[in-house]
Design a protein around this ligand. Structure first.
Ligand SMILES: [Zn+2]
Length: 142
């Protein structure tokens, strides 16, 4: 439960960053465009307004980049982790005892932990002796 709450909190933070970052970047972009827009107005230092506008737009773009970067970073941290925990639990379920007495279904060679790989939550066996590569069912028979 505590783990779940932490994830939800991180999700809320990423949404808050997305909203805040998006807001600030839009403000900078808006004023940047405004400065460039008014650079052509009479009695104004056009060069100063233009460069100020470009700087503001540049800051706005940096804000967008940082916002997207942080959001993607948090998103990636949240999601692959769930998958990894699930795979670890599945391996734990099969237990050390069954792994020790496990034999290749094709050639009968003794397999160790290095022969076991997990793909998409399923357990796969790669026999180092005969080279066979097959998926193990949910309820192993060995
Ligand atoms: Zn084998």
């Amino acid at each position: 439960m505590a783990n779940n709450n932490g994830k939800e909190g991180l999700g809320c933070i990423s949404i808050a960053i997305l909203i805040l970052g998006g807001f600030f970047s839009l403000v900078f972009l808006f004023f940047g465009v405004l400065f460039i827009w008014s650079a052509g107005a009479p009695g104004v230092d056009s060069g100063a307004r233009l460069s100020t506008g470009i700087i503001l737009i540049f800051i706005g773009l940096i804000f967008i980049g940082i916002t997207i970067g942080i959001t993607v970073f948090i998103y990636r941290r949240l999601h692959p982790k769930e998958e990894k925990i699930e795979i670890t639990q599945k391996i734990d379920l099969s237990g050390d005892v069954s792994i020790q007495s496990m034999k290749c279904q094709k050639c009968g060679a003794q397999l160790d932990k290095d022969s076991i790989t997990t793909r998409e939550g399923a357990i796969f066996i790669s026999c180092p002796y005969c080279g066979s590569d097959y998926e193990v069912e949910e309820a192993p028979k060995w």
